[in-house]
Design a protein around this ligand. Structure first.
Ligand SMILES: CC(C)(COP(=O)(O)OP(=O)(O)OC[C@H]1O[C@@H](n2cnc3c(N)ncnc32)[C@H](O)[C@@H]1OP(=O)(O)O)[C@@H](O)C(=O)NCCC(=O)NCCS
Length: 221
């Protein structure tokens, strides 16, 4: 009998702690940066964003780059050559991760999300881009990998809709077809899939991706 009461007490304390932890977690705050140049952002925050972005995208980048090489560049390759191709893809991914430490400085109109002091999410939006003219592109939207599934991606996307939109301009984004979680979040918040016109000069940028447009009659909040 004592054992049963002890078990119930442990369960009750556990549930209460989980409830309070979930409800006392600090809410998200957002910070806007006109650019990520050294004068605008601290080196600590910059490093946090680069790390967060690298970890969030590395698996899907690698998976899709390999798929691109297997299906488009060398569809006839097998055996040892296939292993060499995987190695080449790994090297390319590693190089792009290293370049990111510099290339992120060029990003403009960026937003970071914090929970307490911790940087937990990122996105940027811009108008002059390789994807299309006359539209605003939300890009690089990502959440710290260890915190996926806690509603941060939904909050980031709502913030992007509220702060990137401009009258008379379409709000768009691109997403890998196999990124089901991102597709779900975007569709839930009012984005719809549209045709993606691939750029023949830069075919990988659009490989295995869909473009989505925000339906302007939807209110994100
Ligand atoms: C996409 C991303 C931003 C989502 O962030 P997140 O904080 O995990 O998002 P949320 O917790 O708000 O929502 C995740 C949703 O996906 C759903 N989901 C999870 N796995 C899923 C799957 N396999 N299929 C469909 N939906 C899925 C969850 O149920 C949840 O939806 P709900 O809130 O309606 O229940 C995050 O996964 C990420 O950073 N991914 C890597 C970067 C990336 O791909 N960015 C998008 C490119 S533009």
């Amino acid at each position: 009998m004592i054992k049963i009461w002890f078990g119930i007490a442990v369960l009750a304390v556990g549930s209460l702690s989980a409830y309070f932890y979930a409800n006392l977690k600090p809410t998200l705050t957002f910070q806007h940066f006109a650019s990520l140049s050294e004068k605008n952002i601290s080196s600590k925050d910059y490093a946090a964003i680069v790390k967060l972005h690298s970890e969030a995208f590395i698996d899907s980048n690698r998976r899709n780059l390999l798929k691109y090489y297997q299906e488009v560049v060398h569809p006839d390759v097998a055996g040892v050559a296939s292993t060499l191709m995987e190695k080449k893809v790994d090297e390319m991914v590693e190089r792009s991760q290293k370049n990111k430490k510099e290339s992120f400085r060029e990003i403009e109109n960026a937003f970071i999300a914090r929970r307490g002091e911790e940087v937990v999410g990122f996105f940027d939006c811009y108008e002059d881009h390789e994807v299309s003219d006359g539209q605003i592109l939300i890009s690089n939207l990502c959440v710290k990998k260890s915190l996926h599934g806690q509603g941060i991606g939904t909050a980031l996307t709502k913030h992007a809709i509220a702060h990137c939109r401009k009258p008379g301009k379409e709000l768009i984004l691109t997403v890998y077809k196999d990124d089901l979680s991102a597709l779900h979040v975007y569709e839930k918040l009012g984005f719809e899939k549209i045709d993606l016109i691939a750029d023949p000069k830069n075919p990988f940028v659009f490989f295995n991706k869909v473009m989505m447009r925000y339906r302007d009659n939807i209110d994100a909040e």
